[in-house]
Structure formats: C-alpha cells, structure tokens
Design a protein around this ligand. Sequence first.
Ligand SMILES: Cc1cc2nc3c(=O)[nH]c(=O)nc-3n(C[C@H](O)[C@H](O)[C@H](O)COP(=O)(O)OP(=O)(O)OC[C@H]3O[C@@H](n4cnc5c(N)ncnc54)[C@H](O)[C@@H]3O)c2cc1C
Length: 412
Amino acid sequence: MKRRGLVWFKNDLRLHDNEALIRAHQECSNLVFCYCIEQSDYEKSALGFRKKDAVRFKFMHQSVLDLRKNLESLDGHLVIGETSAMDTIPELVEAYEITDIYGEEEYAPYELDLVKAVMDRLPALEFHFFWGKTLYHKDDIPFKIAKIPLTSKAYRIPAGREAEPRQTIDPPSKLNAIKGVKTKRFPSYKLYGFQEKEYQDAKPLVEGGETAALKRLQYYTFKSELLTGYRWSRNKSDGLDYSSKLSPYLALGCISAREIYERVKAYESKIKKNQSTWWLVFELVWRDYFTFKGMRLGTAIFKTKGYKHKEIAWENDATKFERWRSGQTGIPFVDAHMRQLNQMGYMSNRGRVNCASYLTHDLKIDWTWGAAYFESKLIDYDVSSNWMNWHMQTFEIWYTNPVHQSNKYKAQ
Ligand SMILES: Cc1cc2nc3c(=O)[nH]c(=O)nc-3n(C[C@H](O)[C@H](O)[C@H](O)COP(=O)(O)OP(=O)(O)OC[C@H]3O[C@@H](n4cnc5c(N)ncnc54)[C@H](O)[C@@H]3O)c2cc1C
C-alpha cells in the first residue's frame, strides 16, 4: 500500500528548511497538512493570567495564515484544528486513511507529553520526527544531551570547533496533497475567551509568518546593512533596528537558525565580515546551548529553587507583582519595558535583564512568576530561552540597577 502522510506543523511554520515536510513529500504518495491550536493554552493559570495571551494568539494567527497561503501556492492546503491535536489528528487520520505522521521533534516536557498522547491514541501509525530547532543539529554536537556542560563556555568552544551547521533544505516546488481536503476559516479569538478590546489592543511588534521573516532577514542584512553595526547597537531598547528582531520568527519556526546562518555567511563574503557578524552567530549558539541544557535538566528549569536547589527568601507580595506586570512600579526604565511587553509581546534584551532583575532582586518575588508572565506575553516565547535566561538572571548574574542601566543604555 502506498503511504498516505500527514504533516503536523507545530513550531516549524515554514516551507524552507523543513525536513519533516520534504521527507513526507518524498516518502508519501498523498499528503494532508495541519496545524492544531491547543484551546487549553489560553486558560488562566493560578497566577491569574493566561498561559498565552492575546498578543501571542494574534502573532500565531498571522503566522499560520501565511503558512496556509504558502502551502496553497504549491497546490497544498492547511487544516487548522480548533481545540487540540488530540481531536484533530485522529479525525484526519480516519477521514483520509493516513498511514504516517511527520513533524518536527520536540524537546520540552509539555510539548513532548502532547506528542506522546497523540502517539498513544494512534498506535497503528508510523511517526517520523526530525530535529530542526537549532543551528547545530543535536546529533552533530560533541556532547550527549545528558552530558551537556553546565557552563556555556565549556559547551560553546568545543561545539564551535567540532560541529558545522547542516545545509538548509529547499522546499518542494509542488505538493502531492490529497485533493478536496476540507479546510475551515481560522477560528475566532472568541473561541479562546478573548474579548474584542483585548484582541484589538494586542499589536505584535512584527507581522507574523515565513514571508515576513524572510523579508526581515533580507532587510537586516543585505538591504540596510544594519548587521554591520549589530555588535555596538544590540544593547539598545528603542525602535526596530538595533537588533535583528528575528526571535519571534525563530520561536514559531517561521525561519530556521540555519537559514539565518547561511545569510550571515553570504553577507560576510559579499559585504563585510566583522565582530557583528560573528556576534549574531554567537547569539544563535547561545540559543542552541539553552535548548540542549534545558533538555538535560528537564522539569528542574521550571522550579522555584532552580536546578541547583537554591533556597531564597522570597517575599511574594501580590500587589507589587501586579504593579510590575502592569508597568506601574514607578521606575520608568522598568515600566516602559513592561508596557511594551504587554502591548507588543516583545522587549529588548536589555529590558528583559532589568525587568527580571528588578522583580527578583528588588521586589523579591519568585522568579518563576516572572518567567510565567513573560511566557504569557512574549511573541518570541521559547521554552528554554525564557526559563534558562530567567534562571540565570536570578541565580547567576549580579544585580542590575535599572536607574544606572537606563542612563548607560538610554536611546541614542
Ligand atoms: C529574562 C529573559 C527572558 C528571555 N526570554 C526569551 C524568549 O522567551 N525567547 C527568546 O528567543 N529569547 C529570550 N531572551 C533572550 C533575548 O532577550 C532575545 O532573544 C532577544 O532580545 C530577541 O531579540 P532579537 O531577535 O532582536 O535578538 P538579536 O540580538 O538580534 O539576536 C539574534 C538571535 O539570537 C538569539 N538570542 C539572542 N540573545 C539570546 C539570549 N540571551 N538567549 C537565547 N537566545 C538569544 C535569539 O534567537 C535572537 O533572535 C530572554 C532574555 C532574558 C534576559
């Protein structure tokens, strides 16, 4: 029997450099494509806010619609599940006699549990998962995940010396999609409990989707040549141009880290190779490091005592937490950044460092509350980058004074 495949898009909302997509295309005679929204992700947690807020919903919405448009341009389609992969995938498997499921390999506990639940529900199917998140493939780094070093230098130097990013993969020129697959409109935000005002007020910093991601990469490199000054501008906070703004696209997989790497290498050979081009790749290697270290540490990265089991006397004043969240602490540098986060789902790295330090060291509030709040709002939310950076700010980094920092890094 010929294989009939289902491509399950998750945080890999792109056609380029997508191994699951290309392998499904090569190995199956007919394909169905789907993305599943998890309705429970929009419920409120014990801390009083949603796991994913309106600004994240909107950015995902834009990214999924762009993926659908790009799939349709290759004779494909995209089924959008409204409630859960646990509902949509079994329905599609039955309706279209699917034999094989293809997707990106997951690495974090919650996502792994969901994948496992779907696999348990469909024991007769073949599942094929492909690693696609990081710059270096996890099989190419000189460490087993269980032995990833606990300091970044001990990882970065051997990884940089011994690993090479794999080449990006071109998308298919036409898709062998099953004909007549029924697709519905993108579901309304109302289904996830959002009110019209909160939805309208949410304004993601950048437009979602692979098309916008590739455009942003081209702009930041060859079009504006801003990349040449990145090393010296990256600590600023104001505007769009001091840093790449590729993190939201990386988070939903609208762009791959390898695609960025190849563009930086081309820029080095055609425009300029300097400390800035080195530094952008260095940041992608940091991202890799946090991913692999997070995989090693598992659920310990979400715990109040951190993975080193350090006891801190938190005060956890709920009123102060509320002021921090709403950008009303009275410290302008913190408040401006928190308000930007609330509306646009983004904050500069300098802002993140200061807001995290202020919450944990000045207000003495449990860092996991702050990390959960960033998770709710950030359009570039990435499990390991968020929780490992928060962990580092809390347990490993000196206190940063937001007044000194605002003078040092004020918009220039
Ligand atoms: C408390 C805290 C929470 C954070 N949460 C997240 C998060 O959820 N998702 C996220 O992508 N980044 C997170 N970061 C890291 C960093 O702030 C963002 O990656 C960066 O601001 C994104 O903007 P950019 O794409 O313009 O970055 P650029 O400076 O242009 O960097 C290019 C890319 O390198 C990666 N990168 C840069 N800095 C870091 C870093 N410190 N750690 C890991 N990767 C990095 C990102 O993928 C980024 O897109 C957090 C940092 C802190 C201090």
